[in-house]
Ligand binder design. Structure first.
Ligand SMILES: *[C@@H]1O[C@H](CO)[C@@H](O)[C@H](O)[C@H]1NC(C)=O
Ligand SMILES: *[C@@H]1O[C@H](CO)[C@@H](O)[C@H](O)[C@H]1NC(C)=O
Ligand SMILES: *[C@@H]1O[C@H](CO)[C@@H](O)[C@H](O)[C@H]1NC(C)=O
Length: 397
């Protein structure tokens, strides 16, 4: 992630990870529930032969496809541009295929993006991929850089008001790295978000987010909710300064850099933070072969001293470090007892042993304390931007 005074600051904070400020790129170091049927299942189902692709969709849905003769637009960006910002919900159905574009949602009105899929209950079945190959080059001191310069999906464009109610279903968002004409998968080139949420309220169901450094950013004044989604990254996979809740997600590491979370907390709002619940942490099937991972991935590191990260009932494979959390860096620890709030409850699996944790850095929550941390408490009473029906309908998963 980036800081205002970028070159010195970032080089300093990343010095521990590797010599990012030198010339060359650097090495850094389920079970899901039964099928669910929502109001979008029929809309998202692949239609056979000449079937109407919009059968079962909300009226007014816009259809995007690279190949289908009934497509109204060939790119997602063009479809979004066609939606007036008139307070009504705009729905875009995206046909199976690869979309090489950066998508930025600039409208404030409720917006739904649906991916065509044979199985809405599992992100593993997704057939829609939106991809980019952009990254922030931290060696290039001449660039003016912001956290969301490189992203695949932007919800909100950096203005004071973003989207009030954004939902995406069964879509993969991927950053792919290319350097000197070659695809790079063994190390990271620089910060590259798959998703940037800015001044918005957004939720995601059965989506995939993959990158190498800084995969998901949820900025200040933002709230984001993720359900049965898959996140892949090498360093600081989940970062930001808003509120984010991950429910029944898979957090897959491609290498162990930074922390799985790198959050910036807010002393005026103790609920700001990142919450990971009923999820799975494991090595990604496409992890870097260059670096050993067993026991080396940390649950989080503090982007500022008020950092707040909570893990509830999460399965942790053997990649998770015994200590659990870590400080930011030796030069900039960003840690203070009482101010920095790292917590865990009910972790399981070979990397989830509470008895080996560094309890000077984190708290192992009691059952009572953990039970008080709920989606409702974190986001408040009215959350039209979360599809509670979908969550409830697969609650046994
Ligand atoms: C919940 O699932 C059932 C059975 O699959 C289905 O009939 C119903 O429409 C679903 N409800 C919602 C709100 O998704
Ligand atoms: C980053 O920028 C520097 C300086 O402009 C350049 O030498 C280097 O090749 C770039 N690195 C990458 C990975 O693009
Ligand atoms: C997001 O929801 C909160 C209430 O939880 C609200 O205060 C805020 O204005 C919403 N954001 C937008 C961009 O509508």
């Amino acid at each position: 992630m980036l800081r205002p005074s970028f070159s010195a600051g970032v080089c300093l904070v990343l010095a521990m990870l590797a010599a990012v400020c030198e010339a060359s790129p650097v090495f850094y170091s389920t079970k899901l529930g039964p099928r669910r049927t929502t109001h979008f299942a029929q809309c998202q189902a692949p239609k056979i032969g000449s079937g109407n692709p919009l059968a079962g969709c909300p009226s007014g849905t816009i259809f995007v496809s690279k190949t289908h003769p009934a497509a109204m637009f060939r790119t997602i960006s063009a479809a979004l541009s066609a939606l007036p910002d008139n307070g009504n919900t705009g729905t875009v159905l995206i046909d199976q295929g690869q979309y090489h574009e950066k998508v930025v949602v600039t409208r404030v009105s409720p917006t739904v993006m649906l991916g065509v899929t044979p199985d809405i209950s599992s992100a593993d079945s997704n057939r829609v991929q939106v991809w980019q190959s952009s990254y922030v080059n931290q060696s290039d001191v001449t660039s003016v850089l912001h956290n969301c310069d490189a992203t695949v999906l932007g919800v909100g464009n950096g203005g004071a008001i973003g989207n009030s109610n954004f939902k995406a279903y069964n879509i993969d968002f991927a950053q792919r790295q290319f350097f000197n004409g070659q695809e790079v998968t063994e190390y990271q080139l620089g910060p590259a978000a798959a998703l940037c949420v800015q001044s918005s309220n957004a939720s995601f169901y059965g989506c995939g987010f993959s990158s190498y450094q800084d995969t998901i950013y949820v900025g200040a004044d933002s709230q984001a909710f993720f359900f049965k989604s898959i996140v892949k990254g090498m360093t600081d996979q989940l970062y930001g300064s808003g509120k984010a809740w991950f429910e029944k997600c898979k957090l897959l590491s491609r290498a162990c850099g930074g922390g799985i979370t790198a959050w910036r907390g807010d002393p005026t709002d103790p609920l700001v933070g990142v919450y990971i619940s009923n999820s799975i942490i494991a090595q990604s099937p496409d992890a870097s072969k260059a670096k050993p991972m067993v026991g080396r991935c940390h649950l989080g590191r503090p982007w500022n001293v008020y950092s707040h990260a909570v893990y509830l009932n999460t399965f942790m494979s053997d990649i998770v470090a015994d200590a659990g959390f870590r400080i930011w860096s030796q030069a900039t620890p960003n840690f203070a007892p009482k101010l920095t709030r790292f917590a865990e409850h009910g972790s399981s699996g070979p990397g989830g042993n509470a008895r080996v944790r560094d309890t000077t850095l984190e708290t192992i929550l009691s059952d009572t304390a953990a039970a008080k941390i709920t989606i409702h408490k974190v986001f408040g009473g009215s959350t039209p931007w979360i599809d509670l029906a979908t969550i409830k309908n697969s609650s046994s998963g």
